[in-house]
Design a protein around this ligand. Sequence first.
Ligand code: SF4
Length: 599
Amino acid sequence: MKKESVRNRLNEILNQAPTLKQILLSADSVQSKKIKIRKFLSDMLMATFDDNPAIPPLEWVLTRDAIGVFRTILSSRSERLAGFSFLKYIDGLLNDQDFNSLPRPRAGFFAEFEHLIKGIVGKTGIYPEKIPTFTKYEGSKAAKLRSSDLSRMAATTREFIDRYPSGLDKNIIRKRSNNKARILKFFGATEFEWERWKWHTRHIIRDVQTLNALVKLTPEEYQGVQLALQHKIPFGITPYYLSLMDYSPGEGNDFAVRAQVIPSLHYVQQMNRMKNSSECSMDFMLERDTSPIEGITRRYPNIVILKPIVACPQICVYCQRNWEIEDVHSPHAAMTKDKLQKAIEWIANTPEISEVLITGGDPLLLSNSDLEHLLSRLARIKHVERIRIGTRMPVTLPQRITDSLVRAINHYHNPGRREILIVTHFEHPYEITPQAMEAVQKFRRYGIEVYNQLVYTFFNSRKFEAAALRLKLRLIGVTPYYTFNTKGKEETDDYRVPIARLLQEQKEEARLLPGSVRTDEIVFNVPGLGKNYLRANQHHDIISLLPDGRRMYEFHPWEKKLELADTYIYTDVPVYDYLKKLKAFGERRSNYKTIWYYY
Ligand code: SF4
């Protein structure tokens, strides 16, 4: 973009805030502009709280938030943490002779700046001009009008939710039955074998030719898998999970299922680069720095993670443990008896630990007897009151959830003394099938609760998509537990969703569901520190806006007010780019228009 065009665009945006424009275009030094802008913002804030008639109802909330964000971005502390001065940059674009040495602002930058300014001056325009009619009445007239407003809202919600069929829908069940027949025919196997989980683990699809023979791949998908295998990047799909894919790409519903296991070219290229670079670490969560002994991770006072096996029957592309999961079958995946023994002894000798999360990989890959042995050892430790088993088997291989497995687990579930619970990982309503429901129900029949952790990726982030999942989860007996923001791992850029969208989802979609359904907490998992609860905006701040439209955040540690711990600086994906991607996916941008006002 040429200098004149950049300046024209900025001037156009600033026309909405003439005082700010005057300050920015003045011949003052940057420091003096900063002082004046701060004063301008403070005055604006006070005027807002003084019942400013120029600001329509509820706009004042957005004004207050936008002013808060701009003030934080201007502070020297934010500039130091971000390593970038937003004000100097804007000043340079508007006034500097050295314009050409500055990075060119991208469309995402202008979009962020424009919405920020609109927020500050109370002109977001997100609310209709007319106030709802029911507010003008009282009693039953008001109630009836309000009720019809609510019905309209519910109908819109239903319309969105119905866009996402689940695997419990009759026509999808029929489709899956055909898929299963095709897969069985290919392998020359029987229905009886299909019900055996070990048949599935013996027939995990691990090469692109088999995959392409069973479902049609796009050229990019074919290349992605081929390249992943060439570079020894873990890849594998269980026949059961494959039966959840529509035969042809783009049939309409299986985007999330395909994206879950078919690596994109970008992912493979990045992974390959990182694997071969001594400077990059794929251990994004810094597990190595929080592991007091092999196999154990500790980030909280009372909870530890125990990883007896680091393999899964199939590999999720964005897996946070892709730094240690070698493959679906790996001779080194299970901890040796000796190391497992030492890890258990460490827990036994650490009386503060009351909860053990057994994860991996997928611990249900262990045989029943190995799992029972592990549970019995943990059950002997008096201070362990809760054992969580993290498994994706109800989704990837529900046949694994046999009666004998559930009985073995249930043996250690001892109400009043020790609780065992299952934490699983459904990503999409399309993954919910009668088999998955039966797997969940087996646990529930024994009084074992099943929770879900959702990773919020591009592929389940459309309007009401996660809400549709939550509704179905509750119906099959799963309680929504956490929704995680996708990690800022470079290789998973295709999956990342801006934090603003997650906040918007919670406020505008999850909020419309009954409380018993929206039981999950949205979190950002801070590397090396642990969960930051995104819902409470006092736990994070936007500290800068970068020329390419990315927001920079500072996340506060969960120990805040308890202990001194470092904050964490995170650079998000641009909201603008995300919306563009959604549009290319067939979404209407207007359905997401308020996203800019979530910080
Ligand atoms: S099930 Fe969990 S551990 Fe296994 S590949 Fe998927 S995200 Fe990673």
